[in-house]
Ligand binder design. Sequence first.
Ligand SMILES: [Zn+2]
Length: 481
Amino acid sequence: MILPKLNKYISLLVAVIFIASTNAVANAAIRTGNACPKKGLTQSYSGKLFTCVKQGSKLVWNKGVPIKSATKATPKPMPSTSPNAVSDQINIKIGETCSSAFRGQTLVTSTGAYICKHDEISAFRWYETEIPKVTTSTSPQPTLVTPAATQNQGITPLTKPISFDNLDSYWTSIEAYKKVKEFSAAQPKLSISKTIHLSPNVVNRQYSKYMAGLEDIAQLWAPLYTNPKFHLILFTEKDSEWIDNKQRELMGSALINPTEQLQSYRMKDAGCNVGGFYLPNIILFCVKSDEELAKSVNAEFSALHSFPHEYTHLMGMISSEVSRFQISSRERLTPCWFWEGSATFYGFALGGSTQKNFEKSRLSFLNELTLPYDLKRNQEAGTIRRALLKNDPAIVASLFKELEGEVGPGLDVQNAYALGAMATEVLVAVYGQEGINKLQLEFGQSGNWTGSFYKVFGITVDDFYRKITPYLASQAEKFTN
Ligand SMILES: [Zn+2]
């Protein structure tokens, strides 16, 4: 279901890359007794700081300790020249993630010194550190870098919750990812029934990048899909015959149009830029070579985002809990801006965001996702971006109106990915994953999208388009090429 009709350009973006070894572990939920990758590593979850400890021969997460707020810690003597005033405005919590503005920086507050560094898994976090020595010999010299807020593109700490009146251009997506991760981690552990099929040539490639977020996305959708069961097929462009045979074997009667559905035909046009969800319960990806994956941060980001994207389609199409409509029927399809946009968003939240410096990739990838719409219409690349920059609710509404139909042949879906992903960011940041689940369940019963949207969120779809217009403009402004 992913990008079946898109041209080569977009498939290019949707192809991917990666990092092998620690990914599976990195994406596993942090729970007492769960395996962890490295002794001494700390991770915060649900208000606790967990430490990776050795138990017998295994490395597991300990029971965790409540995270203390730095502002409540015991005061320590401070060098008098430290710029406390600025640092104290920032609420640092040990183990919590720190924004990109603070990466590598040490901040000194009245309670101690804190460094923002990578946790070697997926995020930058605050750690306690030594208070920097201040040179006092001749003239006092400040040893600290000025905290970011002032020097880094105006990013300031989030001081009030994200709402339609406060769609912060930096924090909205970050908050949405955080909510998704916390919701996923809070679900009871699922038993995931998966069968992974590796082609002869894929074993030499970084296929685990296409499995990023696998457990997390299954846990996220646990309330709507309790007993997940699927096949994941990973192959390369050198395995045409193998992948066709595998598809024939696993798809059975769902294989209706071989020249459209079989990967050998798709790869003739698009090379290794293919993948997707196929009935009855198959997710498959062509895994790019290391060289292809290394060509751009987008290539890697796209690969990392792939699994949660397709799993979201799988859940929507085949879970008997999310919808009363027949499995695989068209009545299950939400408007394509949400169908593809939410899948893309979850791909970012649980896959792409495992990349270092993912915010830059997120913006760059969103930008690339808007280009096929322009190209298809022989418009100058960047036309959509400039339209968003106008901050005009009428333009945004008309773009979304084009995307209210169902995904399928004949519908121009190119804009659904970028616009829908940003719209979903807002929905999640404002209403939480709980809100999204309510929407899906309501729609799954009524089959009426606009009615469900209003019933669950209390605003009309049209008002929603209007309210997100400034946010879309703020993101388009930051798009990088
Ligand atoms: Zn898709």
